[in-house]
Ligand binder design. Structure first.
Ligand code: ACO
Length: 323
């Protein structure tokens, strides 16, 4: 059977770093409060002339180089983003042009912080049906554009960045020893919209809007929902959580990462955390964390990975793969 195998990983962060102390100069907050409640120390912020597609293109180029592929090989581009360059065209089509990739399939997935997990599942379906031979799955965001800089409950939490993977088909035996995507669980519950949303859009206000959140409610749902999706994805993949080498969570808040790990009995030394330096980069956070773990040598080929996320929608999910 065909499996969708990650053959390259890449990341991009804008050069400007904003520390908690920088924020405390214009918002009523402090480094101590942010670190204690979130684990965040700093975030990267894209300059006004740096759109999401620039970050995505840079991460994609790196992933293609690692995979030993060129833009000419790419036949599918899926970008998970909630901060597209324009209302349309899809940022994936803009990235296709910037990469110089040939005519193929390119579209965006909008599932907010769960976007990368959703996009991996979508790409997997194209690959196992034989419809794509070299897919780029990218999470890319400029979340700082959606901040209300007078709302201390949200503006301290988010940052900008992008991460990308190349997915290619390889034949497997149909067992958990195969490399590639082994299972996933995807969920959405639209009745929880009020907990986390952006108060603008082309068909309502005609504006981009700002992010609004009931943080403590989101927190409560995150731990329960993510844990459920992790168990469901592991079951679908036919593995137990003890077989997972690395958990790569969406990086929202260190307390959410710790809460999920505690609930599932996972040791902190099997969890990749980048929230301290990146803050919450929404759909970009999982591939950024993956790229960090690969770059520093912790994550190795052949290991079992479990990625999980929850975000606006609410949406949530998890994906299991062997690297
Ligand atoms: N600095 C100082 N004080 C603050 C700040 C800040 N940046 N933000 C809020 N406070 C204050 C509040 O005003 C409140 O003050 P009060 O008691 O005088 O009214 C007090 O801190 C406590 O507020 P809570 O909202 O109850 O604080 P909590 O411990 O829940 O922490 C936080 C808030 C960090 C937002 C937390 O709820 C959280 O992380 N939730 C998850 C939200 C999240 O990560 N969303 C991202 C998208 S979804 C996802 O990615 C999973």
């Amino acid at each position: 059977m065909l499996r969708s195998v990650v053959t390259g990983v890449g990341a991009a962060l804008p050069p400007d770093i904003v520390t908690n102390d920088d924020l405390a100069k214009f918002v009523d907050t402090s480094d101590a409060w942010i670190v204690e409640r979130t684990g965040i120390h700093a975030r990267h912020r894209a300059a006004a002339d740096m759109p999401t597609s620039d970050l995505a293109t840079s991460a994609a180029r790196q992933a293609l180089a690692v995979a030993g592929r060129s833009a000419a090989d790419v036949d599918l581009i899926i970008i998970a983003t909630t901060t597209p360059d324009l209302t349309f065209p899809a940022t994936a089509a803009i990235v296709q042009r910037k990469l110089g990739a040939p005519v193929g399939i390119a579209f965006d997935v909008q599932a907010v912080c769960s976007g990368f997990v959703y996009a991996m599942a979508v790409a997997d379906n194209f690959i196992v049906r034989g419809m794509a031979k070299c897919a780029l799955v990218i999470g890319a965001e400029t979340m700082t554009r959606l901040m209300d800089w007078t709302d201390r409950g949200t503006c301290v939490l988010f940052g900008d960045g992008a991460g990308a993977v190349v997915l290619e088909p390889m034949s497997g035996e149909g067992t958990t020893a195969d490399r590639g995507i082994l299972g996933f669980a995807l969920r959405a519950d639209g009745t929880k919209q009020d907990l986390l949303y952006v108060d603008g859009g082309p068909s309502t206000t005609g504006t981009v809007g700002k992010l609004r959140m009931q943080g403590n409610q989101v927190f409560r749902h995150a731990v329960v929902n993510i844990s459920e999706a992790v168990i469901a994805a592991a079951e679908q993949a036919g593995i137990t959580l003890s077989q997972v080498d690395w958990f790569i969570p969406h990086q929202a808040n260190q307390r959410i990462l710790d809460g999920v790990a505690r609930r599932l009995g996972i040791n902190a030394d099997r969890v990749i955390s980048t929230v301290a330096e990146h803050a919450n980069t929404s759909a970009a956070s999982i591939p950024l964390a993956l790229a960090c773990g690969v770059a520093d040598g912790r994550i190795k080929p052949g290991q079992m990975l479990l990625m999980e996320a929850m975000g606006g929608g609410l949406t949530w999910g998890a994906v299991v793969l062997r690297l």
